[in-house]
Design a protein around this ligand. Structure first.
Ligand SMILES: NC(=O)c1ccc[n+]([C@@H]2O[C@H](COP(=O)([O-])OP(=O)(O)OC[C@H]3O[C@@H](n4cnc5c(N)ncnc54)[C@H](OP(=O)(O)O)[C@@H]3O)[C@@H](O)[C@H]2O)c1
Length: 325
């Protein structure tokens, strides 16, 4: 990417899209094309096609998607498959028609089989049944990977699909009804401290293992990928396998250790009470990040540092929630 390249970040207000934008600005790219959903609904194929025809982006980061937890996926499965298929189909096809040089399609680790061997390697895609709770979402994402691969083969495009592990960071969701594990733990500890309580309740047994990547590291990884030299980039786009790469830290820890780390960072010495009536989810979910490491990329933010940065960015938001409660 050149400093003056026209770069479209789809979903720039989301956790991933905003991290990509901040990384682009840090690296001196400021010719960014940004549209909110109200300005450009990516499920509207005519609007998307007009946008690409008029703006002619050189590079695209496709981080717009309908995302949600188990409850939302279960309640609105039709919305999840329809909107995601539609967003990615419109953007990928319009990118091809407008001559976009490179595109990075963001997916997630739920594309891998439910009982996937750990750590999950890219070649395990489509080797077993998916987790039923988010199957419509996962299938839409798999279709997006297949679409990138098919367009590359048929039209010679240069599209790559990146699968990040669980993310956390600035702009995270701290609403206990819909949040992921780490922001939920941060919120619970902050609530307990504010109310003078001596314990927090943690879902499940505490034994499942999770990998967590700081969103700003993901932003850096995305730029690293679209900036690879042509010979290196080209090697990932071949006829024999999908153009797919995992992004993670390659390290995981138990929920119990994660909860203890949050307590330590927030200087809370209360007790953790594990609630076995709540589901544990998959016992382990760890990305194999050998491909990224072979390209020379490693996550640089430690979990402790990332938790501190997330807390300081979220403090006003959490304080507002506490006052509201
Ligand atoms: N968060 C994670 O832990 C995680 C982990 C791995 C992978 N990922 C992947 O990263 C991608 C983005 O996730 P995220 O966590 O950043 O989601 P997010 O915070 O919910 O952001 C989604 C973005 O998509 C935009 N969007 C949704 N529907 C749209 C539409 N119809 N038209 C235009 N824009 C639309 C939203 O725009 P508005 O703000 O204007 O509404 C928002 O900016 C997803 O593919 C997800 O699978 C996320």
């Amino acid at each position: 990417m050149e400093k003056l390249s026209r770069i479209y970040v789809a979903g720039h207000r989301g956790l991933v899209g905003s991290a990509i934008c901040r990384a682009l600005v840090r690296h001196g790219y400021d010719n960014l094309l940004l549209r909110t959903r109200a300005e450009l609904d990516l499920t509207d194929s005519v609007a998307v096609s007009n946008f690409f025809e008029n703006e002619k982006p050189d590079y695209v980061f496709l981080a717009a998607a309908k995302v949600g937890g188990i409850l939302a996926n279960n309640t609105y499965p039709a919305d999840f498959i329809r909107d995601n298929l539609s967003i990615q189909t419109n953007v990928i096809d319009a990118s091809y028609r407008a001559g976009v040089k490179r595109l990075l399609f963001l997916g997630s680790s739920c594309i891998y089989p439910r009982a996937c061997p750990q750590p999950m390697k890219e070649e395990y895609l489509l080797t077993g049944p998916l987790e039923p709770t988010n199957r419509p979402y996962a299938l839409a994402k798999i279709a997006g990977i297949e679409m990138c691969w098919s367009y590359n083969r048929q039209f010679g495009t240069r599209y790559l699909a990146a699968m990040p592990t669980n993310l956390y960071g600035p702009g995270d969701n701290f609403d206990l009804k819909t949040s992921h594990v780490l922001p939920a733990l941060i919120r619970k500890v902050m609530d307990a401290k504010a109310r003078g309580e001596q314990s927090i309740s943690v879902w499940g047994s505490g034994t499942p293992r999770r990998e967590l990547l700081y969103s700003e590291d993901l932003g850096e990884a995305c730029i690293f990928l679209l900036n690879l030299a042509e010979d290196v980039y080209g090697k990932m786009l071949n006829e024999d396998e999908p153009p797919l790469i995992n992004i993670g830290t390659g390290q995981d820890l138990t929920i119990r250790d994660l909860a203890s780390l949050v307590c330590q960072v927030l200087e809370f010495d209360g007790t953790l009470i594990f609630d076995p009536t709540r589901p544990d989810g998959t016992p382990r979910k760890l990305m194999d990040v050998t491909r990224m490491e072979n390209l020379g990329w490693y996550a640089t933010t430690t979990l402790e540092e990332g938790i501190r940065l997330t807390i300081s960015s979220a403090k006003p938001m959490i304080d507002a929630c506490l006052e509201h409660d």
